[in-house]
Write a protein that binds this ligand. Structure first.
Ligand SMILES: Cc1cc2nc3c(=O)[nH]c(=O)nc-3n(C[C@H](O)[C@H](O)[C@H](O)COP(=O)(O)O)c2cc1C
Length: 337
């Protein structure tokens, strides 16, 4: 309720400053117990990937890359929190400015480039949080790791986060790490998924616990590419697919201020493309691999559209910037119907 009043002040700041300021404010509000006063919707619990989620509405990756704000974010009413993308070694990301608002389209363009403090720091943050809810950890590769060695980066992260996550997301769909999305192609994806699956079963033995792995894909894929990815997901028994990341298309925002900035576009303009990928995946996967739907959810109805297209869970990012925490409640409520 307060957010529409605060938003103009936040939007007067540089987007990355607003981001830092908001997260710091949330942490303070959480420590003071104020977030517990937010109205809560009674969520409908769901079981996906063998995990019990208190409600199907999650926080998408990228907002809390280092897992430094887990408890405050969870207090907004999410059913699960995905932190990361984290890389094996710390890296600064791209030069600033690298995040841009397109308010007329309720959209964001970012080219952050996996700025993060590295996987060891993230694991320390997770331990310190004592978080008991459903936590996903999203892993990637360092910028200076060539694609031929990308598998090593994913395995290094998987080893370190395995004992701290309820599920792990393999992110091969950011447009802001050069050639990363090439890993979505047949042979590269086959090799990556095979290595991940092999290590997952070793780790399951070592830890005495099976931690599901999800693959996060881009919206900029044609039907043949989606069919090929779906076949590999089933063949390698990957536990879930997250659709989608940001888009490199600018069709929906052409001519708007900031539309020509390089990076991935998110928010309302990616909604239809994301839903199209979810529907195509659902067609090919026939219920064998659950789908987590993300991209352009700015209302409860948008969340319901993802579920109707075949998703079992949804995630939010840009909608939070435009609608604030009330969006979480609206989606939880709508999906409990
Ligand atoms: C500023 C920003 C940073 C992001 N960083 C990541 C990231 O590190 N890893 C990732 O998998 N997705 C990242 N994303 C993508 C979101 O998780 C989500 O897939 C995408 O924005 C579409 O959802 P939305 O329209 O609700 O924002 C980022 C998105 C934004 C806007």
């Amino acid at each position: 309720m307060l957010y529409p009043l605060i938003r103009p002040a936040l939007f007067s700041l540089d987007p990355e400053d607003a981001h830092r300021f908001t997260l710091a404010g949330l942490d303070v509000a959480h420590r003071l117990g104020l977030l517990g006063l937010l109205p809560r919707a009674a969520g409908k619990p769901v079981r996906v990937m063998g995990i019990d989620f208190p409600n199907p509405v999650g926080l998408a990756a990228g907002l809390d890359k280092d897992g430094a704000h887990i408890n405050a974010l969870a207090a907004l009413g999410f059913g699960f929190i995905e932190i990361g993308t984290v890389t094996p070694r710390p890296q600064p990301g791209n030069p600033q400015p690298r995040m841009f608002r397109l308010p007329a389209a309720e959209a964001i363009i970012n080219r952050m480039g996996f700025n993060n403090l590295g996987v060891d720091n993230l694991v320390r943050n997770v331990e310190a949080s004592g978080f008991k809810g459903v936590l996903g950890i999203n892993i990637g590769k360092n910028k200076d790791t060539p694609n031929e060695q990308a598998v090593d980066d994913y395995l290094a992260c998987l080893d370190k986060v395995y004992g701290h996550a309820r599920y792990v997301t393999v992110n091969i769909s950011s447009p802001n790490t050069q050639n990363l999305r090439e890993l979505q192609k047949d042979e590269a994806l086959d090799a990556l998924l095979s290595a991940i699956k092999h290590r997952q079963s070793e780790l399951a033995q070592q830890h005495g616990q099976y931690v599901p792995v999800a693959l996060k894909i881009a919206p900029d894929l044609d039907d043949a590419q989606i069919a090929a990815i779906a076949a590999l997901l089933m063949m390698h028994r990957i536990d879930a697919v997250i659709a989608t990341n940001t888009t490199i298309s600018r069709d929906a925002v052409a001519g708007l201020p900031n539309a020509d900035e390089a990076g991935g576009l998110s928010g309302s303009p990616v909604r239809a493309a994301s839903t199209r990928v979810i529907a195509a995946l659902a067609h090919h996967l026939r219920g064998e691999v659950p789908i987590i739907g993300v991209g352009g959810i700015l209302s409860g109805a948008d969340a319901a559209e993802k579920i109707a297209a075949g998703a079992s869970l949804v995630q939010l990012y840009s909608g939070l910037i435009y609608r604030g925490p009330a969006l979480v409640r609206e989606c939880v409520q709508r999906l409990a119907r």
